[in-house]
Design a protein around this ligand. Structure first.
Ligand code: PGA
Length: 251
């Protein structure tokens, strides 16, 4: 019922020729995969170039962030409408690296999500606890607050164009994946929070992706969990062979 999403977050990697090489190598490797939404998220400067390179493939395009105003005197920012103009259908919002290094808060994430939805983008909305929060037994409190405050003011209809990415901060780029049980427990909890805030049909329909050291070796076990509906992949999305192996998890 929930179509899985496998999204590659390229972070601050890949200039134009490398980005084009990657998607040109990737496209044939994933072309026969059915029933999985495949997304790549390059840096802003290569979005339009990558869009041209994926034309005719099933690969969709996401940006890694956006601002909440459509235009104005906001030097250095990029608006949701500009992302649509560059060919994006999706945008990642609230990634933990933005929260950690660039002052992103639940409030800014909320404003950005609203603006992105209003422009017609689908949002990959990121949440996740730090190691200190997990060790202090605060994981569920943190996740509840991130979901509640991040989604404030969004309607049920809005939620149809949001996928939540649960990314425990301690698992990102560390090689330390959450166990299948840890991930499933967090995903079920998040779905429960959505049910409390909205209703059961909305919670049953929303896709919740796992992120944090996803690799070809662990994707199958993660995807076997009942509340895991896909993955947000960092390091392993930078090579066509590893990313395509993840996309092909069901083969
Ligand atoms: P990773 O990154 O797969 O390299 O751990 C995931 C992410 O930050 O989205």
């Amino acid at each position: 019922m929930r179509t899985p999403i496998i999204a590659g977050n390229w972070k601050l990697f890949k200039k134009s020729s490398e980005a084009v090489d990657l998607v040109m190598n990737l496209a044939p490797l994933v072309k026969s995969v059915g029933g999985v939404e495949i997304i790549v998220a390059p840096v802003f400067t290569v979005l339009a170039t990558v869009k041209r390179a994926i034309a005719g493939s099933t690969i969709k395009l996401a940006a890694q962030d956006c601002f909440w105003e459509e235009e104005g005197a906001f030097t250095g920012e990029i608006s949701p409408g500009m992302l649509i103009d560059a060919g994006c259908s999706h945008v990642i919002i609230g990634h933990s690296e933005r929260r950690q290094y660039f002052g992103e808060t639940n409030e800014t994430v909320n404003r950005k999500s609203k603006a992105a939805l209003a422009a017609g983008l689908t949002v990959l909305f990121c949440i996740g606890e730090t190691l200190a929060e997990r060790e202090a037994d605060k994981t569920f409190d943190v996740l509840r607050t991130q979901v509640r405050d991040g989604l404030t003011g969004l309607t049920k209809e809005n939620l149809a164009r949001i996928a939540i990415a649960y990314e425990p901060v301690w698992a990102i780029g560390t090689g330390k994946t959450a166990t299948e049980d840890q991930a499933q427990e967090a995903h079920a909890f998040i779905r429960g929070v959505v049910a409390e805030l909205y209703d059961h049909p909305t919670a049953d329909a929303i896709r919740i992706l796992y992120g944090g050291s996803v690799k070809p070796e662990n994707i199958k076990g993660l995807m076997a969990q009942s509340d895991i509906d896909g993955a947000l992949v960092g390091g392993a999305s930078l090579k066509a062979d590893s990313f395509s192996a993840i996309v092909n998890y069901g083969a």
